[in-house]
Design a protein around this ligand. Structure first.
Ligand SMILES: *Cc1c(COP(=O)(O)O)cnc(C)c1O
Length: 401
C-alpha cells in the first residue's frame, strides 16, 4: 500500500458518499474494511451521554461484533466495559486495555481453559447458562482458591421482531436458563463455596428496532425481580444484553442509532432496586455504521436478462447477505454517471455469493470503487479464508492521513 500522494481535502472527500478518502482508497489493495473513527468516537460520546443521564447504567461493548484492535482501542478509551463470548475475546479485550473488572463473559459452552482464563484475570462475572456449567466453574475456582462471580442468564421467553436466526430469548432457543429454574439455580449457587451469585443476565436478540421488545423484556424482569424479592433474594446487577438495531437503509441520514430512546425505555420501564447496577452489552449499534467494506469492480458482465457488477470482495469478506439475506446499502464511489440496475456479486464459487440483486448504482466500469455500507458489525470478524482467500485488512481514518 502506498499512501504517499497528497490531495486536497476537497478532492479526497465526497459529501454524498460518506466522506471517504477516495484517493487513498485508490492506492490500497482491495477488498478492505474502512472504519470512520470520527463517527465511532461520536457514537461513543452519544452512548456515554445518553446512558450517563440515568443512575446506575453501565455500558459494555460486545466484542463479537468487531474485534479489530484499532476499533477496540477507541472503544476502550471511551470507558466502556467488554462483553465476551469466548476465551479469545477475553484475550482480545485484555490486550486492547479493557480492565478485567469491566469484563463479563457469556456463552452456552465455555471450555475449561476459557473459564480458567476468566478466573486468572478475575473478570467481573461469568454469565452462566446451565447447572453443569455452574458446577464446573465452582470446581475450577476451588482449584485456584478463588471465588467466581456468577450471573445467571435467564431465557425470558420474549420474542424480538427480527430475523429468526438472531432471536435468542425464546424458550425454544439454546441460550440461558428457563425462568422456572431461576430460583433453584440461585439456591444451588448459594450452597457452593467458590461461586458468588451477583446478578441476572438477559439477551433477547439482535437488530431490534421496536422499543416495545425491550419494554417487554423490562416487564418480564420486573416480574422476576418481584418473585425473588418475595423470597428475600438480593440481586446486585441486572444485565439486559444488547440488540439495539441500526438503520441499514440510511447510513448517511441515520449514522448514529437512537440511543436516547433505547436507554430511556429501560429507565422508564425497568424498576431498578436501590443500589442496583443496570448493565448493557451493545455490539452492532456501536460499530456497524462506522464501517464499510471497500471493493473494486472487476468486470461488468451483461447476462441474458440482467447486468452483473462482479466485485473483488465476496461472502468470505462479508457473509451477512449470504447468511441472513441482510441488506447493505451499496454505493459506487467512482462514478456520478446515470443509474443502472445491477446484481452485485463476488468471485466465490457459491451461488449465494451475492451482495445485492437488482439495485441501482451509478454506471459501473472496471476499476470503480464500491462501498458496502453499515458493515462495521459482524463483517470483518466473520471473514473466512474459504477458496484460499486472504482475510481483508481493516483500516481506520488515521491510517489514511
Ligand atoms: C451478541 C451478543 C450481544 C450483542 O448483540 P448486538 O445485537 O450486536 O448488540 C450482547 N450480549 C450477548 C450475550 C450476545 O451474545
Amino acid at each position: 500500500m502506498g499512501l504517499t500522494t497528497t490531495h486536497t481535502q476537497a478532492n479526497s472527500y465526497r459529501n454524498m458518499k460518506g466522506k471517504f478518502p477516495i484517493e487513498k482508497f485508490r492506492q490500497t489493495q482491495t477488498p478492505f474494511y474502512y472504519y470512520d473513527s470520527g463517527l465511532l468516537r461520536q457514537t461513543l460520546r452519544t452512548i456515554n451521554e445518553e446512558a450517563g443521564r440515568h443512575e446506575g447504567f453501565c455500558v459494555h461493548y460486545a466484542i463479537k461484533a468487531n474485534a479489530n484492535p484499532k476499533v477496540l482501542n477507541i472503544i476502550c478509551q471511551a470507558g466502556l466495559g467488554a462483553d465476551c463470548v469466548s476465551g479469545g475475546e477475553i484475550m482480545a479485550s485484555i490486550n486492547a486495555g479493557f480492565p478485567a473488572s469491566k469484563i463479563v463473559y457469556a456463552g452456552v459452552g465455555k471450555s475449561d481453559w476459557e473459564i480458567n482464563l476468566g478466573l486468572d484475570h478475575d473478570i467481573f462475572s461469568f454469565n452462566v447458562e446451565s447447572v453443569p456449567e455452574l458446577e464446573v466453574i465452582n470446581e475450577l475456582a476451588m482449584a485456584k482458591g478463588k471465588v467466581a462471580r456468577v450471573a445467571f442468564r435467564i431465557n425470558p421467553n420474549v420474542g424480538a421482531h427480527t430475523h429468526a436466526n438472531i432471536t435468542t430469548g425464546l424458550a425454544e432457543n439454546k441460550f440461558g436458563i428457563a425462568m422456572r429454574d431461576m430460583e433453584s439455580i440461585i439456591d444451588q449457587a448459594s450452597a457452593l463455596s467458590n461461586v458468588k451469585f451477583v446478578g441476572l443476565h438477559f439477551h433477547i436478540g439482535s437488530q431490534i428496532l421496536d422499543m416495545g421488545d425491550f419494554k417487554a423484556l423490562c416487564n418480564r424482569i420486573n416480574d422476576l425481580q418481584d418473585q425473588l424479592e418475595r423470597h428475600h433474594i438480593k440481586v446486585e446487577n441486572i444485565n439486559v444484553g444488547g440488540g439495539l438495531g441500526i438503520d441499514y437503509q440510511h447510513p448517511n441520514r441515520v449514522p448514529i442509532p437512537d440511543f436516547k430512546a433505547y436507554f430511556d425505555t429501560y429507565a422508564r420501564f425497568l424498576k431498578l432496586r436501590p443500589g442496583q447496577t443496570l448493565h448493557f452489552e451493545l455490539g452492532r449499534a456501536v460499530v456497524a455504521q462506522c464501517g464499510s467494506l471497500i471493493t473494486k469492480t472487476l468486470y461488468v458482465k451483461e447476462g441474458a436478462c440482467k447486468k452483473f457488477a462482479i466485485v473483488d470482495a465476496g461472502m468470505t469478506d462479508l457473509i451477512r447477505p449470504a447468511l441472513y439475506n441482510a441488506y447493505h446499502k451499496i454505493e459506487n464511489l467512482s462514478s456520478e454517471e446515470p443509474l443502472e440496475t445491477y446484481d452485485v456479486v463476488g468471485p466465490i464459487c457459491e451461488s449465494s455469493d451475492v451482495f445485492a440483486k437488482s439495485i441501482d448504482l451509478n454506471q459501473c466500469h472496471r476499476g470503480d470503487l464500491i462501498a458496502l455500507r453499515s458493515a462495521g458489525a459482524y463483517g470483518e470478524i466473520m471473514a473466512s479464508c474459504y477458496n484460499c482467500r486472504q482475510l481483508p485488512k481493516g483500516y481506520i481514518t488515521e491510517d489514511f492521513r
